[in-house]
Design a binder for this molecule. Structure first.
Ligand SMILES: N[C@@H](CCC(=O)N[C@@H](CS)C(=O)NCC(=O)O)C(=O)O
Length: 211
């Protein structure tokens, strides 16, 4: 199966990008300009009516969207994957993390920082976002303190690259790890993984999230 990942530097698409590198799957990258909604072949919205990244194109399925779903799908394509068997306790635990990151962290995090989102990009918005997101990160921090260093324990799971996008955004937004020591450690461990370093190199510098 051929896999083409539509991405923007440093965006949530970095999570499936990291997973593809971790699993050593062959794939191609297509960069999307999220301001003009274009890619190398023109109008991105014509290809993906949702107009956001990540999206994953395969040779035999309709275009896939939604980061959490793409992550699970990618893991299914590899024989080196670490996906828990369907309907086991660990399978549902992992699904719960994916959904938590997508709904409680991802969408709360990025609200003010892109043109057209529902909060204006002001210092007040930034404080508001942090007051909402920090509680949710504190929950993750407590979990990692007792069950870490990764979300599912000793081994990297599909949810970890997604959580890493969040801790990477924290730093891009000048939010700090004070009171979140296990999350800080998680960020450091992820950052030191060769696959993550390759992804940073391939994607290059993202757009600024601060003034
Ligand atoms: N529900 C989507 C949200 C994806 C999303 O918000 N992507 C951001 C980048 S992190 C984006 O492309 N934003 C551009 C836009 O909304 O116009 C998912 O879970 O994948």
């Amino acid at each position: 199966m051929t896999l083409t990942l539509f991405y923007a530097s440093g965006a949530s698409s970095m999570a499936p990008h990291i997973l593809l590198e971790e699993l050593g799957l062959p794939y191609q990258l297509e960069k999307v300009n999220l301001d003009s909604k274009t890619w190398s072949k023109g109008d991105y919205s014509a290809l993906n009516p949702k107009s956001y990244v990540p999206a994953l194109k395969t040779n035999d399925l309709p275009l896939m969207t939604e980061c959490a779903v793409i992550l699970e799908f990618i893991e299914q394509q590899s024989s080196h994957g670490n996906l828990p068997a369907y309907n086991t306790h660990n399978y549902w635990k992992e699904r719960t993390w994916l959904n938590y990151i997508a709904t409680e962290l991802h969408k709360n995090f990025i609200s003010p920082f892109r043109k057209g989102n529902w909060l204006p990009n002001t210092p007040d918005s930034k404080k508001l976002v942090w007051s909402r997101v920090k509680l949710r990160l504190a929950y993750v921090d407590q979990h990692l303190a007792t069950h870490g260093p990764y979300l599912m324990g000793d081994q990297l799971s599909v949810a970890d690259p997604y959580l890493f996008v969040m801790t990477n955004w924290m730093q891009r937004l000048n939010y700090f790890f004070a009171d979140l020591p296990s999350l800080k450690k998680f960020d450091e461990i992820m950052r030191s993984r060769p696959a993550v370093q390759r992804v940073f190199e391939q994607e290059g510098a993202p757009h600024a999230l601060t003034e």
